[in-house]
Design a binder for this molecule. Sequence first.
Ligand code: KG4
Ligand code: ZN
Length: 375
Amino acid sequence: MSVRILGIESSCDETAAAVVADGREILSSVVASQIDIHRKYGGVVPELASREHLRRIVPVVREALEQAKINLQDVDAIGVTQGPGLVGSLLVGITYGKTLAESLGKPLVPVNHLEGHIHAAFLEAYKIGINPALPAVCLIVSGGHTVLYEIQPKDSTRTDAAALWSYRRIGQTRDDAAGEAYDKVSKLLGLGYPGGPILDRLAHVAGATPAPVKFGPTKTRGNALDFSFSGLKTAVLYHLRENPDYLPEIYAREAAIARGERKFDQLLPLCSQKTLGLVREFQNAVVRDLVERTLKAAEELAVPTILVSGGVAANRQLRSTFEQRAGAACLKVFFPSMALSTDNAAMIAAAAYPRFRNNILADVSLNASASLPIA
Ligand code: KG4
Ligand code: ZN
């Protein structure tokens, strides 16, 4: 009989629930995104996010159970995101998880959201029967995080899904997260929120369009594995200020978005070749930085595996560059699918499994932790 864990995730602007069997097999995964609510503010509004989580959490959990074809009583444990994230949002999931666990008499497993993102890459690999070899270097790259971890098994003889891992943070952003840079540059260019998906597609069609400006590699003093993206965002800002000929098309795109015309096919005709070249150059710089530092870490630590997770891991150029470069260096690289890259609860249920099997549980005193570290 398999162990079925109900995962609950509410750390940011996605209300999610999922059922995962034995830490490996996704029986259901339901995600209610709040993007439409936060879009007009150009970012996540914490107060609105927690209110929306309150509205969605019950139906989302119910749907996850229905899709998995099980009842609440069939669940073996409840895994819930404890942090990091927005406190008000986290509290909704935690309170609901605690209440379910208490009323059903089931164990409650506290999960770190970042550990969830790491498990997302494993969940994807399990789908095709692969168990990524440890130790590994993992890049988590999203709207809130850009961080590099080394992952080791706590017991080197164990490779099963119930084995515990230890984490060592080896690099992180000094300022903006990579996803945040995408969102800010998109705003500067009048391309709306969130920025990642639209800039990804525009950079793709830009291909070899000449860049109107060049962005060199970012240097960080001290730890060579640290990232920094705010300088790049500022460089885009200065380039736009120095070139007022961008303004008419930026206004035209802002007006289109205000009319609700935010689809790629609607925005592409409003982008000049110069803008496409700029977007491509911005993306080249982000991708180069993420890939170079991650490969450097993998090389220094002599690990066989790279894992890339988080919303920005959905980026096509990032994926193809990693695949090319890792292949050339004889490293295996694993990404979650698009659905498992962005916030979801399957990754939370998967991360809860080894904790449940090793009796790392919480009681009713569990509280949200906005900056919960895993290492
Ligand atoms: O992991 P996620 O859903 O939420 C956070 O925990 O932040 O990531 C959302 C972030 C946003 O900043 C969004 O612009 C970025 O991921 N993103 C992308 C792409 N899709 C989403 N960035 C680059 N390329 C993409 N295709
Ligand atoms: Zn996340």
